[in-house]
Design a protein around this ligand. Sequence first.
Ligand SMILES: [Zn+2]
Length: 433
Amino acid sequence: MIAWDPNMELMPEAELKKMQFKLLKTLVYRLYSFSNFYHERMVAHGVHPDDITRLEDVAKLPYMVKSDLRDNYPDKIFTADPEELVRYHVSSGTTGKPTVVGYTKNDLENWTESLARALTSCGVGRGDVVQVAYGYGLFTGGLGLHYGAERIGASVVPASVGNTERQLELMQDLRVTAICCTPSYLVHIGETAKKMGISIKDDTRLKRAILGAEPWSDQMRERIEEEMGIKAYNIYGTSELSGPMFTDCAEQNGIHMWSDIALVEIIDPETGRPVPDGEQGEMVVTILQKEALPIIRYRTGDITSIDHTPCQCGRTHPRIARLSGRVDDMLIIRGINVFPSQVEHALLGIPEVSGNFMIEVDRVGALDHMLVKVELNPEAFSDKINDILDIRRKVGHTLKNMLNVSVDVEISEPGSLPRFEGKAQRVIDRRVL
Ligand SMILES: [Zn+2]
């Protein structure tokens, strides 16, 4: 195994935790002393830096949410002097003001090192030609991956997004071996290649793709890997945390969250209580060494689980599972957190039904009642009632196993459920909450 920073990446877990505690303590003292925002928050929350006496005490600190950044637009939470800032990134908000993230030289350095480790763990290195097909500009993807790939000595092709035929030409002519982009854009590149009579597998040297910035599934990974003859890795990060920073390693078994950079908690989004390793919840992240825009206990809204067991690759830093949804999408059915993405995931494993579905939630008496409407695939369509009942039972079992809650299933004809352009509205909740 080749690691970019073996001392750090293979450090025993106990030492990592000690280091995290030191970094956390330093961060909290610094912000209590020098940040109005954090000082006021801590005072209002009744917590003093002296109360942080072990790593778990991070839970005593107040949360931070996206609207804190919007409300303090553009730079009221920044703790570095303006002349210390060397870059800004701006993320466009779907509602209201955008959020602005500033970076000091050290902030960029930590971001770049994080990606250098991550890219190395995916098997990218010196001698690789990396096509960065994320947007360059205010969005963090392009420049982030650009500097990360340069740091490890790879040759970078700063292709940015768009002009897909030209992307393919560059890929072939410059003997590109790795591409960084969104999964949907890579699929589009693949389709365009087919139309042009190019086989990514046979006519290019592409071996790896580092994909993220939008939700995607393991099924999609398998499809991409098989069709293109490559390995596809998952990358995570949001602009608030600095940008994309963390990826799968070659084991493709979870995203390593570097402990010296991020302190990760997984909480129940309803109660705020921590959930055990392996259980799904909302990811809360403290970035331990950020200077310009410090982030303590940021509620990402992303649903995942964490695994602290040693990875086959040898790295000791914990791994998070592929994101399985957003907190905003969560339903609580009879006290159990249910995500539409879990339903989607379950249905993808049942060949008789399509991935198109609707969820309807009602309250019958005092009890929540969830109905999942699914659509038959044309090949499975049958006029025999027993065939349909068998499929219905199978879907019901699979969903119960996945969700830990019983649901009713309604099977409908192929093509009968609504289609969505853009973000699908698959949930109708008729409960008066
Ligand atoms: Zn690993």
